[in-house]
Design a protein around this ligand. Structure first.
Ligand code: PLP
Length: 401
């Protein structure tokens, strides 16, 4: 406590964040997560900014499954996996995830951030090349930094640039090459072109890895993910993902792939070796979620109906969106102050939304990001659309007016 300059330095950096409009406050919810939430001040809001794609986060069946696992396996383990922190429920969940994703084996982590942080360093070294999409998630970027492999970056979703980087890595004589991409990019809802990526990987003898955090549970006909959506199930080498979004929404991550990859990670992956895995009640609830969505595509189908309806109606009202089919719908407002004013007005009108502007998205591409859920009713979506129309008129940003 004797270095006063350290603390005053932090204070002035925080003040700069505030005055630049880049400070991120927490919005405190006093209820369960869901299509409607109660904010700390007692107001009910329609929630359009959760990654609660299947509506399972605040869902009663999910809570009951967690309670049953809590009762059976207790609260926690006070150990990492390989000492005495593995229960049958963890092994069952790993097996179930492998079946669901169409892989040989799966290793659990406390978070997808850890899965991505711990996947590269045990598998690749300075003789190898990691070829990464420029918009990949922060946890992939950090994971790659922890590994000695050469780094190649290709422009987001740009297959010509990916091929250029593959050629460069090949000409540099790299032993193993791995192409790494988010299955779906969360800012734009862009779906990676996995069919083309797999083709390029085969042409240049490269491995492939996808992060399915915004896809597992609802992309593809039966919700297996982007690999199912793109028709390349069984042709992706490594799949990482989260249990903290569509698949129940609590926390937890995984890495899935060939047996020898997962076995190597169990021996060498540092977030797995030196950190507890997910609590048994989360593992139990995740198992129940996978069971539920494997038996029926009802939630996934409702999510896609809601998405198609919202995308069509929001354009009809006169907003510009990024085209696509994913439940992430970027509603473009272009200028940062307008995005801020718009999100604030929507909050007053009872809609919870998040605004994004530079530096999170490129300059001049400010937006509010809507995320649809299977839990949204048609009535709630109509209420949200009305609020959009009203705020859009007030701020003079509708195309048709
Ligand atoms: C959310 C997210 C993560 C992190 O997931 P956690 O399980 O919360 O750590 C990793 N990758 C992508 C692409 C994500 O969207």
């Amino acid at each position: 406590m004797s270095d006063g300059a350290f603390y005053s330095g932090l204070q002035s950096k925080l003040e700069t964040l505030r005055s630049d409009g880049l400070f991120k406050p927490e919005r405190v919810i006093a209820s369960r997560q869901g299509a409607e939430v109660v904010s700390q001040d007692g107001r009910t809001l329609i929630n359009m900014c959760a990654n609660n794609y299947l509506g399972l986060s605040g869902d009663e069946q999910t809570s009951q499954a967690a309670a049953a696992a809590l009762e059976k396996y207790g609260y926690g383990l006070s150990s990492v996996r390989f000492i005495c922190g593995t229960q049958t429920v963890h092994k069952e969940l790993e097996q179930k995830l492998s079946e669901f994703l169409g892989t040989e084996d799966t290793i659990l982590y406390a978070a997808a951030f850890d899965a991505n942080g711990g996947v590269f360093e045990p598998l690749f070294d300075e003789n190898d090349a990691i070829i990464s999409d420029a918009l990949n998630h922060a946890s992939i970027i950090d994971g790659v930094r922890l590994c000695k492999a050469a780094r190649y970056r290709y422009a987001n979703n740009d297959m010509a640039d990916l091929e250029k980087q593959l050629i460069a890595a090949t000409e540099a004589g790299k032993r193993h090459k791995i192409i790494v991409t988010d299955g779906v990019f969360s800012m734009d809802g862009t779906i990676a072109q996995l069919d083309k990526i797999v083709e390029l990987a085969e042409k240049y003898g490269a491995l492939t890895m996808i992060d399915e955090s915004h896809a597992s549970g609802f992309m593809g006909k039966t919700g297996r993910g982007t690999h199912e959506h793109c028709g390349v199930m069984g042709r992706i080498d490594i799949i990482t993902g989260t249990l903290g979004k569509a698949l129940g929404g609590a926390m937890g991550g995984f890495t899935s792939g060939r047996k020898e990859v997962i076995e190597t990670l169990r021996q060498k992956s540092r977030p797995y070796l030196f950190s507890n895995t997910l609590a048994p009640m989360i593992a139990g609830a995740s198992l129940a979620v996978l069971d539920r969505i494997s038996k029926s595509t009802e939630l996934r189908d409702r999510l896609h109906e809601n998405t198609a309806y919202f995308r069509k109606e929001i354009e009809r009202i006169g907003f510009t969106i990024k085209p696509g089919t994913h439940p992430v719908v970027p509603v473009m407002l272009f200028e940062a102050p307008i995005a801020q004013k718009f999100a604030a007005r929507m909050f007053e009108l009872g809609v919870l939304l998040s605004g994004f502007f530079y530096p999170v998205v490129p300059m001049g591409q400010a937006r509010v990001r809507v995320q649809l859920s299977a839990a949204h009713t048609r009535e709630q979506l109509d209420t949200v659309l009305k609020a959009f129309e009203q705020a859009g008129k007030e701020l003079g940003i509708l195309k048709n007016n």
